[in-house]
Design a protein around this ligand. Structure first.
Ligand SMILES: Cc1cc2nc3c(=O)[nH]c(=O)nc-3n(C[C@H](O)[C@H](O)[C@H](O)COP(=O)(O)OP(=O)(O)OC[C@H]3O[C@@H](n4cnc5c(N)ncnc54)[C@H](O)[C@@H]3O)c2cc1C
Length: 413
């Protein structure tokens, strides 16, 4: 009989892990309180970039923080009562932006992302959902052409890793994106990447594929993880206890809370993001557009133009503040003057963010048969296929062909 592996979390990371574990011959059960791909994996901006290698914390970023926090429409928000809980993470986050450590972080991000487009294409083959990932550029748009300086660190990190990018002028930009306002005068184009036309739909199609290959999806919340006498793990749920052998925690922003009773203290923050879908936009966006001023991404998806972004710090349990999604109405109009903003859908989801923008992947130190696959911050949709592939190899006892040290929990001790 095939050995059983249980995964907590049916987000894109848990789903990709399930497929690769099935390929290794394991019997797989995926447990989630919600249906597959309903968490952060549903509402993200859909950017699938093999080239992503620039973390969130960069030198000098702190200079912008007061301005962003004071602007009610700014890209960063903090609920002030949450400040004492947030501060230790914020200090670690700012420290992670030390220039000396950035090349190693960029390499580790790069290693996870590089094969993502190819892996998605393989995973989606014969699912009928192949069309949900489309070829795309990443168009970083600027109103002031003088603001583009490819000698800046973020661009240098990319150029040093052979990212195919090019600064383009007004004319080329509007040829590529005719709906863009004439106020935008230049852009940096990152080429040869992908974008999802329905990120949640990608997750659901892959969950259906896993199910068809034998994975069992069980819908129940896990309250507690405890070691079982004699080996394996016992999960406490509202529906009773579930005994399992090998256990993969892929519970996104909730993962650290689940692991805390085992004595693991992990600096994982719920970095809450919002989106607004403009359901009847009347325009088309041909690529993923990054508004470099307001730090959000706009992209045409099946349901309309989705504007996604914002980092709100309020903890895991606070109710959404949809004013943060409504902000995108005005910002979308600034980008695309002809866009129709009458028909909108708002959404909030939590990015699972460690201070260094890298996830935890691999065996949990000191805990036999317990594995981590969480903490992918702003990049988890792109990093999910390779994370699933790596974690399946580790569960199977294989030596990974990537260095797992940058994704180890040891980096926090
Ligand atoms: C606004 C926004 C835009 C983004 N844009 C991009 C982008 O363009 N490209 C990109 O690569 N990434 C992007 N991201 C990041 C990306 O969405 C996440 O990193 C990724 O979805 C994380 O996947 P996950 O499977 O780890 O978590 P999730 O999708 O959140 O899944 C975790 C699952 O675990 C379940 N769970 C948690 N605790 C329990 C429990 N106790 N019991 C049972 N089930 C539990 C949850 O219900 C959930 O379904 C964006 C995120 C946001 C918010």
């Amino acid at each position: 009989m095939a050995e059983q592996v249980t995964i907590i979390g049916a987000g894109i990371v848990g789903i990709c892990s399930a497929i690769y574990l099935l390929e290794k011959g394991f019997a797989v059960e995926v447990i989630d309180r919600d249906p597959p791909a309903e968490g952060a994996s549903h509402g993200n901006a859909g950017v699938v970039s093999p080239w992503t290698c620039v973390p969130q914390s960069m030198p000098g970023l702190w200079r912008n923080v007061p301005r962003w926090l004071l602007d009610p429409e700014g890209p960063v928000a903090l609920r002030w009562p949450y400040l004492p809980s947030f501060l230790p993470w914020a200090v670690k986050f700012l420290r992670a932006g030390d220039a000396a450590g950035l090349p190693a972080i960029a390499d580790a991000m790069n290693a996870l992302n590089r094969p993502n487009l190819e892996l998605y294409r393989q995973l989606l083959k014969n699912t009928g959902a192949e069309h949900l990932i489309s070829d795309s550029c990443y168009v970083h748009v600027y109103r002031d052409p003088a603001a583009i300086d490819l000698r800046q660190l973020a661009w240098r990190l990319r150029l040093d890793r052979d990212v195919p990018l090019e600064a383009i002028d007004d004319g080329t930009l509007h040829e590529i994106e005719p709906a863009l306002s004439a106020d935008y005068k230049a852009a940096v184009l990152i080429k040869a990447q992908g974008r999802a036309l329905d990120p949640g739909g990608v997750g659901k199609a892959l969950a259906a594929k896993a199910q068809a290959a034998g994975a069992r999806f069980r819908q129940v919340g896990v309250d507690r993880i405890a070691p079982r006498e004699g080996g394996g793990w016992r999960l406490g749920t509202a529906g009773g206890e579930i005994d399992c052998g090998k256990l993969v925690v892929a519970a996104g922003a909730w993962s650290a809370r689940l692991l805390a009773p085992l004595g693991l203290k992990l600096p994982l923050e719920a970095e809450r993001g919002y989106h607004l879908v403009l359901g009847n936009p009347g325009i088309t966006v041909n690529n993923s557009i990054m508004d470099t001023e307001s730090k959000f991404v706009a992209s045409s998806m099946l349901a309309g133009v989705r504007c996604a972004g914002t980092a709100e710090f309020a903890g895991l349990d606070a109710a959404p503040d949809y004013r943060r999604a409504k902000v995108f109405k005005r910002l979308a109009k600034r980008l695309f003057p002809d866009i129709n903003t009458d028909d909108t859908v708002e959404w909030m989801g939590s990015r699972p963010s460690f201070p260094d923008s890298l996830p935890c992947i691999g065996e949990v130190p000191g805990q036999r048969d317990l594995f981590a696959a969480f903490g992918h911050s702003h990049y988890g949709f792109g990093m999910a296929p390779n994370t699933g592939r790596i974690v399946a190899g580790v569960v199977a006892g294989e030596t990974p062909n990537v260095d797992l040290a940058p994704y180890g929990m040891g980096r926090f001790s």
